[in-house]
Design a protein around this ligand. Structure first.
Ligand SMILES: Nc1ncnc2c1ncn2[C@@H]1O[C@H](COP(=O)(O)OP(=O)(O)OP(=O)(O)O)[C@@H](O)[C@H]1O
Ligand SMILES: [Mg+2]
Length: 239
């Protein structure tokens, strides 16, 4: 029987993209204590996709931020992309995010002063690519998301759906192991949502990424390997 410390150091095998054990997160607002995640367990296999649903305020974004190294944990263990990340300092977490995670949010967060293509090139160069390689990858991804005819448009000159396509391309540009998407179609109409969802799942499959996607849209759960509902601080498999 292993003791706890040793067990915590055990790194899950190569087939695991994310492994979360007994993750707890509590917020304190004045005298109120809110336990958002209550000893949560979760596994994402490499190359697979999990959709997370649940009522507004149940902690979906909180969970995603923690597995992506954007927020600290109270207790519990998170393994992601082959390393333990819950105990990393902020410099190492930044490095971890840069190398392994692609985020897509409800808001596109594209840089307004750069064209769609430049947004990808800049991101790639921040990740250490040479300009020529960055441009080549950016163009290839713009093709993937069907935006080759809009590469010189600034974000303000793109439609909402086009901006999210550019955001998907940007999330993929550093070739991350894991894509974390938080309501990427939350601001889009139904038709555009479908297009974006099909595109995202298609690219995740093509490039063999592991995906966690948070959504209120039940259509997406049909595309994913697994759907989980976050409720009262724990995950429940969808019935
Ligand atoms: N920094 C914070 N300080 C205090 N409370 C917070 C903080 N961040 C989130 N919360 C609270 O934690 C709970 C979970 O928030 P979270 O954003 O994870 O919900 P969500 O499931 O993503 O909701 P939505 O579907 O509306 O995006 C909410 O009640 C929220 O008010
Ligand atoms: Mg949220």
């Amino acid at each position: 029987m292993m003791n706890n410390t040793k067990e915590n150091e055990l790194i899950p095998d190569y087939s695991t993209a994310i492994e979360v054990r007994n993750l707890t997160k509590t917020y304190i607002n004045g005298s109120e204590i809110l336990t958002v995640l209550n000893s949560v367990n979760f596994t994402l296999k490499r190359g697979s996709s999990v959709v997370i649903m649940g009522k507004s305020g149940c902690g979906k974004s909180t969970f995603l931020h923690m597995v992506g190294g954007l927020d600290s944990v109270d207790s519990g263990t998170i393994f992601a992309a082959g390393r333990r990340i819950d105990s990393l300092n902020s410099d190492k977490l930044t490095q971890f995010r840069k190398n392994h995670i692609g985020f897509i949010f409800q808001m596109h967060y594209l840089l307004e002063d750069f064209t769609a293509l430049e947004n990808l090139i800049v991101t790639s160069m921040i990740h250490g690519s040479q300009k020529r390689d960055a441009k080549e990858s950016a163009l290839s991804l713009m093709k993937d998301v069907g935006l080759l005819n809009k590469i010189n448009n600034y974000p303000g000159q793109l439609s909402g759906g086009e901006r999210q396509r550019a955001a998907i391309a940007r999330a993929l540009i550093n070739d991350p192991d894991i894509i974390l998407a938080d309501e990427p179609t939350g601001n889009l109409d139904e038709e555009n949502s479908r297009i974006i969802e099909d595109l995202l799942f298609g690219l995740v499959k093509k490039y063999q990424k592991s995906l966690i996607l948070v959504t209120h849209d039940s259509y997406i759960s049909k595309l994913a390997n697994e759907t989980l509902i976050l409720q009262k601080g724990v995950f429940k498999g969808q019935v």
